[in-house]
Design a protein around this ligand. Structure first.
Ligand SMILES: [Zn+2]
Length: 307
């Protein structure tokens, strides 16, 4: 009996294995017919000057008495974008801390679904370090208008020693430069937050881009939304933008790439003119031309830091 029982048991096991194999096979066929949807991979570059509430340089760096408050609001706006992205189906999110020291966002207050890139590698991607062609969308939070823009909060382009950075004939805010880097990797910018001035400049450059205007600049002052309202706006706009992802096109510039740098000081143009390939184009300006976008970025990296 024990033997028969064993045969009976073995037969049952064999039948069970057969049924299981069929089920696995069917599951495989079904998986092939309907591939699982890939989650979105989102890159978020976060600056500080365009964060709701920020109006003065002494709020933007270590030593400023109100800096702890504004770095917290910066973290909360990053979180709003993360939450908006998660609601739209993001499964991978990289947050790049893009301001000053690169060490502003409070890691323990950031949503755990995101990874955070802190500090600088001094490589050519700068505020876009971490981007590559595997990303589906780029979001700019806390961005600001280019140097010299009227009615714009803390307007500047990369450093305060530059009047203008002109790329392929277009005056670039940081968002334009960084959008071109995203475009080089084939990734569209879908949303930018900041004041009304950078929202306008982003639309002029990118065409289709969602904007979350968290403050309205008047000369060097600004009317602010309440931070909670600003964060809600960013959350909703992020979800909305990612849900219509196919409407956005990567911002791709065509070679040859021409970069003109207009400094505030003559001495800086003189120093930059010693960079290989530089052409002195005016009392305070130099230009570079290359057919290689990455080479142009490397020259820009050198040119922006002469001083
Ligand atoms: Zn900044």
């Amino acid at each position: 009996m024990a033997y028969d029982g064993l045969i009976l048991k073995g037969g049952t096991v064999k039948k069970g294995l057969f049924v299981l194999s069929i089920l696995i096979l069917l599951a495989g066929v079904s998986a092939q017919a309907q591939p699982a949807a890939k989650g979105l991979k989102v890159f978020i570059s976060v600056d500080l000057e365009g964060i709701c509430g920020v109006i003065n340089w002494d709020e933007t760096g270590q030593g400023g008495p109100d800096y702890p408050l504004f770095r917290k609001l910066m973290t909360q706006e990053a979180n709003a974008a993360i939450e908006g992205a998660l609601a739209a189906g993001a499964t991978e999110i990289l947050v790049r801390d893009s301001h000053g020291s690169g060490r502003n966002i409070l890691p323990d207050l950031l949503r755990p679904e995101a990874r955070l890139l802190r500090d600088w590698t001094y490589g050519p991607l700068s505020m876009m370090e971490g981007i590559d062609k595997s990303f589906d969308a780029v979001i700019f939070i806390g961005y600001h208008a280019r140097a010299g823009t009227p009615d714009a909060v803390l307007k500047h382009t990369m450093t305060t020693s530059l009047y203008d950075v002109i790329l392929n004939g277009k005056k670039m805010p940081e968002a334009g430069f960084n959008g071109a880097i995203a475009g080089y990797f084939g990734v569209p910018v879908v949303l930018i937050s900041g004041d009304q001035a950078i929202a306008q400049q982003a639309k002029e450059l990118f065409g289709e881009v969602e904007t979350a205007i968290v403050k309205e600049a008047i000369a060097t002052a600004a009317i602010m939304l309440h931070p909670q309202k600003a964060q809600e706006l960013i959350r909703q706009k992020t979800t909305g933008a990612l849900k219509k992802l196919k409407d956005f096109k990567p911002y791709k510039l065509n070679p040859p790439y021409n970069l003109e740098v207009d400094y505030t000081e003559e001495a800086m143009a003189v120093k930059a003119s010693w960079i290989p390939g530089a052409i002195r184009t005016g009392p305070r300006s130099v230009s570079f031309t290359s057919n290689d976008f990455m080479e142009m970025l490397k020259l820009w990296r050198l040119a922006r830091n002469v001083g």
